[in-house]
Design a protein around this ligand. Structure first.
Ligand code: V47
Length: 389
């Protein structure tokens, strides 16, 4: 039974959120000032209730997951971001670069039910232009039907630069080469938080947010779908987070090319920022709820279980999220930074996680087409109460 608007507004008035329930119920866009109030309010459960209403209106009980594989093809990286525990220089202890043949082999041996491979890595210019085409081709050789979601805008920037320097290619030509070699869409990532101040302090070698937004707009214009992330918990101000969300919302108004928004909580272990805390559960839930409420032009809000933690992921699907990502075999970026979640989950585990939250699991492909609605599955023990990985 939804709460009456009057009851919601009286609670909102006490929480510094007056007027927001009325706007949410009438589908009115929230302002950056209202986003600030949402970041400041102690009443996170009210935000969750409002975000849940929006999520239910769009998606009902449907909660998406997919069956996917992660390949972090190299940890060679020249960006040296303070928040990263993954990067190495060639020759460092633990440095690696997978050959196209290794990628092919890994995919041939991977879960045959996977519909997506998510390939992201560090950036190292000497990898060359053809390497990127070769690893895409290797993926499709191994699994012709798999959707290849690869390369953050930071990698795309490097590939575009190399394509121009070595072959004199335009971005249109580079993207056509990548598409022909097998690239189907791009993930989020690389956006970090759109703060020039923080970039100068913590990741000065990485592209600025203007370039990230420009590239995302260009690839959307060329017909690619991408995702958007925000890495939070690294000392950014609330105003900087809001600016980030506002710029994403404006770009989405122009292109409609983003599929999902994925808030990423910073994991400090083994990074140069290890004095910072991992954002606590309520802040992770707040990030999901604000994403759902402020980014009114994003269909999907994804709670990436790897970084959310499993109990908070379960709660987040009642705080605005309608997607929990997938089986994610062999994630390395977060696990190097101390993530205590498993490196993969089985499909039954994901189903149970969603069902225990009172929601209905639907397997999707990368472009959010439903592959299998589990509502009608037979022999579902809807009262099962233990989760076994
Ligand atoms: O850009 C790096 C972040 C991102 C840390 O599109 C860290 O479906 C926390 O973008 N603590 C890459 N975060 C991951 C990513 C992603 C993940 C899942 C799904 C999708 C998708 C995209 O991870 C990086 C950076 O923002 N990151 N190090 C860290 N220590």
């Amino acid at each position: 039974m939804p709460l009456s608007l009057e009851a919601l507004e009286s609670r909102a008035a006490r929480a510094g959120l007056a007027g927001i329930p009325t706007k949410v119920r009438s589908d009115e866009r929230l302002t950056p000032e209202e986003a600030l109030a949402m970041y400041r309010t102690p009443d996170v459960t009210l935000l969750g209730a409002l975000a849940n209403e929006v999520r239910n209106a769009r998606h009902g009980d449907t909660t998406y997951y997919n069956v996917n594989i992660h390949i972090n093809y190299t940890n060679w990286c020249n960006k040296f971001c303070d928040f990263c525990a993954f990067q190495r220089r060639p020759g460092d202890d633990g440095a690696y670069r997978m050959s196209p043949e290794q990628i092919e082999e890994e995919l041939r041996n991977a879960n045959p039910e996977a519909t997506e491979v998510h390939m992201v890595a560090g950036v190292w210019p000497a990898l060359g232009y053809d390497y990127y085409l070769d690893i895409l081709r290797a993926a499709k050789r191994a699994r012709p039907d798999i959707h290849v979601k690869a390369f953050t805008m930071v990698e795309i920037d490097q590939i575009v630069k190399t394509g121009k320097q070595i072959h004199g290619k335009s971005i249109e030509e580079v993207m056509a080469d990548l598409r022909e070699a097998g690239l189907d869409s791009m993930p989020g990532g690389g956006a970090e938080v759109f703060s020039e101040r923080l970039r100068q302090e913590q990741y000065p070698k990485k592209m600025g947010h203007e370039r990230w937004l420009e590239l995302a707009e260009q690839v959307h214009g060329l017909g690619f779908r991408t995702n958007a992330t925000m890495l939070y918990g690294m000392g950014e101000t609330l105003e900087e987070r809001i600016e980030h969300l506002h710029l994403l919302r404006e770009l989405q108004d122009r292109t409609g090319g983003f599929q999902a928004y994925i808030p990423l909580a910073f994991h400090p272990a083994n990074t140069r920022l290890d004095h910072l805390p991992y954002p606590p559960p309520l802040e992770r839930l707040r990030a999901v709820a604000i994403g759902r409420l402020f980014l009114d032009n994003f269909d999907h809000v994804k709670s990436y279980w790897i970084m959310m933690g499993l109990p908070v992921t379960q709660m987040s699907i009642n705080f605005g999220a309608n997607d929990i990502d997938g089986t994610v075999t062999q994630e390395k970026i977060y696990h190097n930074a101390g993530a205590s979640t498993p490196q993969q989950l089985t499909r039954p585990y994901l189903l149970q996680l969603i069902r225990e939250a009172g929601r209905n699991p639907v397997e999707r492909d990368t472009l959010y087409q439903a592959i299998r609605d589990h509502y009608d599955d037979e022999a579902v023990d809807r009262d099962a109460s233990t989760l076994n990985v």
